[in-house]
Design a protein around this ligand. Structure first.
Ligand code: SAM
Length: 293
């Protein structure tokens, strides 16, 4: 990864977007922050009102193409997560959909094929965004964006549906990201979220089921990943804190096709949960006021 740093504008009070991007690029070039050794995350003051974080590239960036290759057909993605999440999305004909953490566009492709009016995809990894653009050239647009930052380029109440598949456990401030998705959803909109099943994480990692902690590990394709492990109560509390209520919960079972294509995965997932998926709706305003949210 060496000298490849990733920059995110955190605060930019008085400048418009084009100016900000120009200022960041210019100032970074002048001060040569790209060549500074960086700890995991550094705050760099850039003058004016700008502060940016300099950190390693987004975790999925180095293996974006390999992820696409894998997730297109893998047991856990193609025959377990996607069928459950798409079923929770329901009919999408004519809907405007936000794909938060879109990866290489596998969901966007399917949503467009199922009749979505248009899909806006975002992901922290620019390489993922490039792959998504190639995969879904029509009725979709994609933008590199870190969900830890506000979605200030999206209008309030402008989406019918948001999908966030296998992303939320990678976020440090999940409530802030969920609040932004809440803001851009129409009052009758839905958010479909999938994540690691907390029991699955507990069985794999041991210790206390009730731990809320960061796991850093290398998966068998050599992918270095970082994600949060937490009990179900914590996940539900975060949904509520962001103004969502749970409409449906699915603990998926493997698609029958998995039995022949990936028999070992099938046997495991048939008896032991890997992921969990939720369909959320926006809590009515009066309930949010009463709950102080
Ligand atoms: C397991 S992949 C899932 C991709 C896609 N949703 C799918 O199911 O095929 C996780 C994705 O989350 C993205 N991601 C991780 N942290 C993110 C963040 N802070 N903001 C935006 N995207 C993030 C990664 O770049 C990666 O594309």
């Amino acid at each position: 990864m060496g000298d490849y740093w990733y920059a995110t504008v955190l605060e930019a009070h008085s400048l418009d977007h084009a100016v900000i991007e120009h200022e960041v690029a210019e100032t970074a070039r002048r001060s040569q922050v790209r060549r500074q050794p960086a700890t995991d995350r550094q705050l760099v003051a850039l003058g004016h009102d700008l502060v940016m974080t300099i950190e390693e590239p987004p975790r999925f960036e180095p293996f974006a193409a390999d992820y696409e290759d894998h997730a297109s057909t893998s047991a856990y993605n193609a025959l377990y997560d996607r069928p459950a999440v798409l079923e929770l999305c329901g009919a999408v004909t004519g809907l405007r959909v936000l794909d938060a953490g879109c990866g290489p566009g596998l969901y966007a492709e399917e949503l467009v094929a199922r009749g979505a009016h248009d899909v806006v995809g975002l992901d922290a990894s620019p390489a993922m965004i490039e792959l998504a653009r190639l995969r879904v050239p029509e009725r979709a647009s994609f933008r590199a964006h870190d969900l830890q930052a506000p979605l200030d380029w999206l209008e309030p109440e402008s989406f019918d549906l948001a999908v966030m598949a296998l992303v939320i456990h990678h976020l440090d401030d999940r409530v802030a990201a969920l609040r932004e998705l809440h803001r851009v959803l129409r009052p009758d909109g839905h958010l479909v979220v999938s994540t690691h099943h907390p029991t699955g994480d507990w069985l794999r990692h041991g210790g206390s089921y009730f731990d809320v902690s960061v796991i850093e590990e290398t998966w068998n394709r050599g992918w270095r990943v970082r994600y949060w492990r937490q009990p179900l109560t914590q996940t539900v509390t975060e949904f509520n804190d962001a103004g969502f209520l749970i409409e449906r919960v699915v603990e998926p079972l493997p698609a029958s096709e998995m039995a022949t294509r990936y028999p070992d995965d099938y046997e495991l997932l048939r008896t032991s949960p890997g992921f969990i998926a939720f369909r959320l709706l926006k809590a009515p305003e009066e309930r949010r006021v009463a709950a102080g949210r």
